[in-house]
Structure formats: C-alpha cells, structure tokens
Design a binder for this molecule. Structure first.
Ligand code: GMT
Length: 379
C-alpha cells in the first residue's frame, strides 16, 4: 500500500539529514509519496526527484524577534500538509522536530490521523537530553510520538537512562546504499590526491569538536610513513584550527583539505584506511560509508561504533584520545596490504549484510504499518 509520508530533517551535512534524505529518496522510489520539510534543500536531494515534494520552510523576520521562530513556521507547514491527508510524519532529530510534529497534529484537530514517528540520532539525546533547558521538552516529544526509533542499541539504552524513559524504542541502524558506495570496477586515479605509491588515510566529518578531528594530524605525525597523505573531507568549526595545526606541525604538504563534497565514493575508494577519533558517536554513518567502499576503519570504542566496526575483523577500536594506539593500527594496516585488503573486503561484506538500504526500508515500512494499525495517540 502506498503511503503519504512527511519527513522533517536538518538539511546540513550531519548524519541525521543524510539518513533522512536517503530514506525519503528510497521510500519515493518504492512508490510512496514523500513531503520533505527543512529550512534548505538537503544536500543529497536533487532539484527534482519523482515522488518527493520539498517544503522549504521560511521564517519571516520581525523587529521583535531576536530568535526567529523556525519551530512555529515548521509546525505550520506540517499542519497544512497533514490536512491534505498525511499518513505518517517521520521526524529526524528530536529537537525541535518531534515537538513541531506534536504541535502540528494538535492544530490539525481531532480528525487528524497522522502518526508521528521520531528517530533519535545522537546528540539530540547525549547532549541536548542532558541540558536542563531541553530535557523535559524532549521527553514530552518522545511520549507523544507513536513510535520512537534509535539508530543503535547503545543510543536506545542511553535514551532510557537519560530520560528515565520506559516506552518502546525500535532500533533501526543507519544504512548505506551499497551499490552507490562500493569499490569501483577499475582502480581509481589516486594521483590527483597523492604522489605515486603514497598511502592515503581518510577522515570525513562535520568537524565539530566532538569529532576530535585534530587528532588525525597526530596520528599522521606518529606513523612511520613519511609519504602518507591525510585526506580531510567535510567542513565545520574545527577545520580552521586544524589547518593552523597542520602548518605548525609542518604537515601541510601531506594533508588534503577537500571541503564538503556531494559525492564521496570516488574519494573513499581511492583511500586505504578510514580514521574516526570521535569522543561520542551514536552510530558512525561516515564509518559505515567507508566500510561499504571497502576500507578498514580505525576508530574510537564509543557509543554505537562497536555495533558497526568489529574489532580485529573490519577494523580496530581504541580508547578516546589514544592517538598512539590509533597510529599503531593505521601503521599495521598500511604495512600489510594483504591484511588491509582482507579487512576492507570484510568491512564491505558487513555493510552489505547488516546495513543495507533494502533491509532498512523494510524495517521502516513495518514500523509505519504497525503504528497505522494501532489507535492514534490523541492527548
Ligand atoms: O554528529 C554528527 O555528525 C551529526 C549528527 C546528526 O544528528 O546529524 O549525527 C548523528 O547521527 C548520525 C546518523 O544517525 C550518526 O551516524 C552519528 O553517529 C550521530 N553523531 C553523534 O552521535 C555524534
């Protein structure tokens, strides 16, 4: 049965926006009608995709508004689509989207049968959930949702602890389109990134402080490979200090700053090892995308990462801040191309077997059908 499904997300390069957009595209391709709400076109949403209507939520400025109320504009936009007959409103990242969905449903009135599904992605729980300004309002958003989804077992447990929440939580891990994120049939042209034969280490993130991306320079500095090159893909507040640190350490010639790139597969498939020194990660979508492209991952043993990267099989996990150990693992992989290739192949196989788009789509559709069959939560 084809459904009309609303999706609300952040449009930025963060994992929640990427996931929400990829899910919307896949649902549209399987015949559902999608209304996507955000304050700008998400980076992975093309100008036209059959089955998707993009609702660009704009906020009027007014002299009294020090903080223009995006939440209200979003709720208003959601309400008008609900009144056209929206089956599901699936919001990604609790703040403010779960509350906007609740408000929209209240405004749409008692006849409104739209079910609200909220996916928790990470910092909405781990950081905002611990902030007294948001804790109770997030808990209320969870309680008013017809289904709550978490992207890892770890985040589900964290949600129960942080909010003392005992409602049901479905765990639906991040997914990757393993056909798009896959090693190319012919070896890629690495020479654009590094001199002939130089090993390539890649880090991809939104360069927020919690990614600890500056530690990738320390790892590069520690490994015994004077020609190894570090590829940094993405942008964010910490990138500029990292550039300065690369200069201070005399590493400029060995670091490539690529900025935000729409299509990362051609970059990932050129590289040898992916490196993620995050201090917190509810899942680690970037690690999964690298795995799907056939790269072993060296990362920190935090949050949901051990549910993604299997120690000694598809990569190596270390304590936060232990750059010496991370450097040893990178060194070990670069020194042994057979080990590196075998781990990369196992990583790609794990991405295909455990985190496929198809299986995620089926899990989401099952949740939608379940909440539609259950009585609606009307306060
Ligand atoms: O921290 C980010 O990179 C952004 C954040 C978001 O919500 O946009 O990402 C979170 O969601 C991703 C998709 O579910 C997860 O793969 C990331 O692990 C998670 N980030 C953190 O928990 C820090």
């Amino acid at each position: 049965m084809s459904l009309r499904i609303g999706i609300a997300c952040y449009p930025t390069y963060g994992g929640s926006g990427v996931l929400a957009t990829e899910l919307g595209l896949a649902l549209a391709d399987s015949g559902h009608r999608i209304d996507l709400f955000s304050y700008a076109r998400p980076q992975r949403l093309s100008a036209f995709h059959e089955g998707i209507e993009f609702h660009n939520v704009t906020v009027s400025s007014y002299p009294l508004f020090q903080y223009p109320p995006y939440d209200l504009a979003l709720a208003s936009s959601m309400r008008s689509v609900m009144e056209q007959g929206l089956d599901i409103l699936h919001v990604h990242y609790a703040v403010p989207h779960a509350l906007c969905a609740y408000l929209a449903r209240r405004m749409a009135g008692p006849e409104c049968a739209t079910r609200i599904v909220t996916t928790l992605h990470g910092t909405d729980i781990t950081i905002l959930g611990r902030d007294p300004s948001y804790r109770e309002v997030i808990r209320f958003g969870l309680e008013q949702s017809d289904a709550v989804i978490s992207v890892s077992e770890w985040l589900a447990e964290e949600t129960r602890t942080v909010f003392d929440y005992d409602g049901p939580i479905d765990v639906v891990p991040n997914f990757v389109d393993t056909e798009r994120f896959s090693p190319p049939p012919t070896p890629c042209d690495r020479n654009k990134l590094a001199p002939e034969g130089a090993p390539l280490i890649v880090h991809m993130s939104n360069f927020r402080l919690l990614k600890r991306a500056h530690e990738t320079l320390d790892v590069l500095d520690r490994i015994d490979h004077p020609d190894a090159v570090l590829v940094l893909a993405g942008d964010g507040p910490e990138l500029s200090p990292i550039r300065d640190e690369a200069t201070r350490r005399g590493l400029c010639d060995r670091v490539r700053f690529l900025g935000e790139i729409a299509e990362v597969t051609p970059i990932l498939t050129c590289c040898d090892v992916a490196l993620f020194p995050s201090e917190s990660e509810s899942f680690g979508l970037a690690a999964l995308e690298a795995m799907s492209c056939g790269l072993p991952v060296v990362a920190t043993r935090v949050g949901g990462v051990p549910e993604v990267v299997i120690e000694g099989e598809t990569g190596y996990l270390h304590e936060v801040g232990d750059t010496a150990a991370m450097a040893r693992s990178v060194q070990k992989l670069l020194a042994d191309p057979e080990l590196c290739a075998a781990m990369g192949q196992r990583a790609a196989a794990r991405a295909r077997e455990c985190f496929s788009l198809k299986s995620s789509l089926e899990q989401h559709e099952a949740i939608y059908r379940r909440v539609l069959a259950a009585p609606i939560r009307h306060p």
